[in-house]
Design a protein around this ligand. Sequence first.
Ligand code: 5GP
Ligand code: ZN
Length: 109
Amino acid sequence: MSCIFCKIVNKEIPSTILWENNDLLAIEDINPVAPVHCLIIPKSHVTTVAEVDGNQLKSLPQCIEDLIIEKDLKKHGYRLVTNAGFDGGQEVDHIHFHLLGGKKLGKMG
Ligand code: 5GP
Ligand code: ZN
């Protein structure tokens, strides 16, 4: 399997792990675009949110809640984004959510 996020999930490539359970892994983005830029990665390889088994996302709210406390985002807010496909600007073809914050973010589009 040559997918870079599968390798991160399998600990074949190092990353800064922020949160983990059986279904999800949260890490620091290697190229942050905001003071806080975490990636939440469902562990099994599917490409987009449209294909993921909902059971694997059951712990997503808990993961987000823990990260926003850890990263002190409760007061000023944050953005949760998943890019899909070419028009969506997806570069890694393994589903992931970007958690962004720590500054006033620009409008999307
Ligand atoms: P996408 O454009 O697919 O929505 O986002 C892919 C994200 O993965 C980018 O923000 C990029 O910086 C991040 N990324 C790519 N390769 C690695 C890596 O090896 N380690 C980490 N921690 N992040 C990565
Ligand atoms: Zn993968």
